[in-house]
Structure formats: C-alpha cells, structure tokens
Design a protein around this ligand. Structure first.
Ligand code: NAD
Length: 501
C-alpha cells in the first residue's frame, strides 16, 4: 500500500485495528482502507448516542425542524460532492449518482414536515368528562445498517426520519464505499445537530452484531442481502429490538403481447442495466407473454448499443461492478446459463473498455429461454444480466412471479386496463409498476417488499417510517368538576356494560 491509500474512519491506533480495502472499481486500484470497528468502538458510539438522546428527545419540534431544514440546504449544496464520492467508490455513472442523491434528499424534505407528521390524535368527551388522546414518542438509539449499492440514498431512507422523530442514529454503512457517510456526518454537524445525535461507525459483521446485541440500541433498520437481513432480524428481535430488515430481490417485468414494444424495451434496458444491475429494484427477469421474439430482438439491439466505461466519463451508460470477485461471480452465471441450456444472446464477458483492463467491468448480458429451474433465474445476481422467460398467458405470468421467493418490485407492460388491474390485485409483491419498470415509491409513500425481501412489519420512510421510529402512547384523561367531587358514587368493578353515560 503506497501513500495514495487514504485511511477512512479512524487512525490506526496501536496498529491493532482490522481494515478493509476500498477500490476505484473503474481502475481496479485500491484507493483507501477503512478501519473496521471493534465491539469496544461500538460500545463507545452507543454510549455517546445514548447520552445525546436525553437532549435531542427534549428538543422542541421547532428546533428539530430548523436543523433538518439546514441539513437539507447543505445536502442540496453538496449534491455534486456526494455524487463524486459515490462514483469514486461504487463506480456507477455520475449522472446516476446524482439521481441517487436527489432521491435521498427527497426523504430529508419529507422529514422536514415533522411538526405535521408527528401530530397525535385527540377525542374530547369519549365519556362524561373524559378525553382520549394518542401521542408518538421516540424510541432512543436507532441503528441503521446499509448496503454498498446506494451509499447515500439508502442511509437517507433512514436517518432523516429517525432523527426527526427525536431519536439518535448510528449509521453502519457498507465497508465497500464508506466515504460519503463521513461527508454526511460533517453536513449534520454544520447544520447544528448536537454532537452524538448522528454517528457513523465503519465496520463489518463484527460491528453489526455488536449493534444487534447492544441493550441500549432500541431499533434496527437494515437494508442488504436476504441472508444477512434474516440474520439481522432474528438476532435483533431475540435481543428485544424493533427491526425492519429489507433484503434482496428478483424483480420480474411482465410484457403482454399488446404492450408498446419500444416503450417497454426502453424501460427494461434502463431497469436491467442501470447502475450495472446493482439495484434492489433492477429488473432481472423479463416475462414475455406470447411470442417473445420481437421483444428479445428489441432488447438485444438496445443493450448492444450501450457504452460501458468509467462512471466519470459522461459517455458511459454503465460503469463497473463493485469488486473483482463480484464481477467474476456474476460472469459465472453466464457460464451456468449456457450449460443449463439457455440462449446467450449477448455475453458481457467480451466487453472491451478502452484503458479499462483492470477495472471490474462486465458488459450488458441477455439470456433468452431461461426456465425457473436454472441458477441464473433462481439466484439474485446483482449484475447486468437480463433473463427472458417465455409464458403463454397472464395466468402463467402471475403464477411465475408469485412462486418466486422474493417479492420486492415487479412491473407489467400492457395497454389492457383489465390485465393491469388483475396483475395489481393478484401479484404477491410489495411494489408494483404499471408501465413503470422501477416502481420506487416517492419519499412520502413507503418502500418495502414482501416475502424474502423484507423481514419485519414496517416498510421504510413515508408514514411507515414515522411509525417505525416512534412508540405509540394512548392517554385517557378525566378532570372531575370540583363541585361534583364530593358526590358519593358507587365503586364498580365491572366494565361499563352499555350504560351510555
Ligand atoms: P450485504 O447484505 O452483503 O451487506 C449489507 C450490510 O450488512 C453491510 O453494511 C455489511 O457490512 C453488513 N454485513 C454483511 N455481511 C454481514 C454478516 N454476515 N453479518 C452482519 N452484517 C453483515 O449486502 P450488499 O452486498 O452490501 O448489498 C447488496 C444487497 O442489498 C442485494 O442483495 C440487494 O438486493 C440488497 N438491497 C436491498 C434493498 C431493499 O430495499 N430491499 C436496497 C438496496 C440493496
């Protein structure tokens, strides 16, 4: 490691800390090393967060709103800095990174409405002289654990809402692209958020497990792969915490014979190959209803036209994958698809990127005549591989989507309102698009999948986020009239039985 390597997160005190390398995926070079937190580091962060909670919980709604607005302004001013950090460590093209930041800031804007969002309910005179009300109170220390593919947006799904609700928040971002979180921490400080209300702990499974077990962490928001989501859910609920754990995906787009073929093909190319397929809402399975040949032709022509290159080059449509190991794993699915009898219409392993021999590139790949038993269909690939399955009718298409263990996002392309309506009603998936390939809900709705794509009850951000980050308290109040105070009333041990006082 030369001088060019930057240490992220901490100094290497005593030389005992474990580290993980950080790469520029476009050049394949190591550009940094992130120091991985120990259990002791997590203990310290939780203690700081817990201490800060006492003050933040009591900060008025006006004070909290002011800090959120200031943070929103700073995040807005630093959009480009955030996007550049994303591209440098994740590899996605800069314009896509800008889009990621924009989607994240929308959640901050949602959270700026906290005085309205946190209003309780009040009913006067539920009984004679009795009022009922409900209020939502913060939980305490909330931990967020996030994946590599959206190093700015996914954490922003969590902390603006958690902090707006009066919690303190500890972010454990992915160790693969750790730098954007440090800029975010700096922006919170500049916005006037008190010390300890937002913290970043860099680390790996050791830090995650320490957060899951820690008695002073009240709730855990997790986003990542399904096996880790399941682990997080089981371990943190066993420790008595509130948990939402969003997992992996296998998203299907059903293309009906009456669909606008060009519009559908354009949308599927963007949804399949955008961010090199490293999106939990990427379409990875196209279900062609009826004759699939025209659709496969349209997809092949468009995919073959995409430019693969570094994310910093404005000419690139698609950047590299996150690591060499991941690129090789994804490429392995092309091998297995061919062996299992699918048609390899476009093979991304042959991609040529000028000057990019050491980058973690894989070209757009299209696999036709895939069947549900093939590995390329069964597994979440998380790369630029689009599989086409062919079925005879809408019934078979819905059956196929519903038989899949994942249920994150799905889409139907059709001009038939009845078919679209049936699909919307019957499909067992959390987010549904009708002629929209990536139906990511806006910040003021909530994001979340079904089945193996989400463990826990609450979806993320929007009103589900407010509910997840607060505890409900119901209050029943009686203030007797002073004059009536001396009246003798019989003591009743039974529930009121219909005597409508
Ligand atoms: P990952 O599950 O490997 O890592 C996610 C987080 O968990 C990271 O912070 C990581 O450090 C930590 N982690 C990894 N292994 C762990 C372990 N054994 N024990 C405890 N913690 C561990 O996911 P990734 O590769 O960073 O991200 C890609 C995955 O995330 C894909 O499966 C994708 O579908 C999913 N994802 C889902 C959503 C969603 O909203 N459902 C959104 C984005 C990404």
């Amino acid at each position: 490691m030369g001088d060019a390597v930057k240490w992220i997160g901490s100094s290497l005190e005593g030389g005992e800390a474990r580290t993980a390398p950080v790469f520029d995926p476009a050049s394949g070079e190591q550009t940094g090393a992130v120091v991985l937190a120990s259990e002791r580091d997590v203990d310290e962060a939780v203690a700081r967060s817990r201490n800060a909670w006492a003050g933040w919980r009591d900060a008025s709604l006006t004070v909290r709103t002011g800090v959120l607005f200031a943070f929103r302004e700073l995040a807005d001013r630093h959009r480009d800095d955030l996007a550049r950090l994303i591209t440098a460590e994740h590899g996605k093209v800069l314009e896509d990174a800008r889009g990621e930041v924009a989607r994240g800031i929308e959640v901050v804007e949602f959270a700026c409405g906290l005085p309205h969002l946190l209003k309780g309910e009040f009913s006067e005179d539920v009984s004679h002289g009795v009022d009922a009300s409900s209020i939502r109170q913060p939980l305490g220390v909330v931990a967020g654990i996030t994946p590599f593919n959206f190093p700015v947006m996914v954490p922003m799904w969590m902390y603006p809402v958690a902090i707006a609700c009066g919690n303190t928040f500890i972010l454990k971002p992915s160790e693969r692209d750790p730098s954007p979180s440090l800029l975010i921490a700096e922006l919170w400080r500049e916005a006037g958020l008190p010390e300890g209300v937002f913290s970043v702990v860099h680390g790996d499974a050791v830090a995650v497990d320490a957060l899951l077990d820690h008695p002073d962490v009240a709730a855990v928001s997790f986003v990542g792969s399904t096996p880790v989501a399941r682990h997080v859910f089981e371990r943190a609920t066993a420790a008595g915490k509130r948990v939402q754990a969003l997992g992996g995906a296998k998203n299907h787009a059903v293309v009906m014979p009456d669909a606008d073929l060009d519009a559908a093909a354009d949308a599927l190319i963007a949804a399949g190959y955008g961010s090199a397929g490293e999106r939990c809402m990427a379409i990875s399975a196209v279900v062609a209803v009826g004759d699939g040949d025209p659709l496969v032709g349209a997809l092949r022509d468009r995919a073959a036209d995409l430019t693969v290159g570094p994310g910093t080059d404005p000419a690139s449509d698609m950047g590299p994958l996150i690591t060499e190991a991941h690129r090789d794993r994804v490429a392995g699915y092309l091998e297995s698809a061919a062996t299992e009898g699918a048609d390899l219409v476009l093979d991304g392993r042959h991609v040529k990127v000028p000057g990019g021999d050491s980058g973690f590139f894989l070209g757009p790949s299209l696999v036709d005549r895939v069947s549900p038993s093939m590995r390329v269909y069964r597994d979440e690939i998380f790369g630029p591989v689009l599989s086409v399955l062919r079925v005879d009718d809408l019934d078979r298409a819905i059956e196929l989507v519903n038989a899949n263990p994942y249920g994150n996002g799905t889409a139907i392309f059709t001009r038939d309102g009845h078919a679209a309506r049936r699909f919307r009603r019957e499909v067992q998936v959390g987010m549904v698009g009708i002629n929209v390939a990536i139906p990511v809900p806006m910040a003021y709705y909530s994001f979340g999948g079904w089945k193996q794509s989400l463990f826990g009850d609450a979806h993320i951000h929007g009103m589900e986020g407010i509910r997840f980050n607060t505890r409900l308290k119901s209050v029943t109040t009686r203030w007797p009239e002073p004059a009536a105070g001396n009246e003798a009333r019989p003591i009743e041990l039974h529930f009121p039985s219909g005597d409508r006082r």
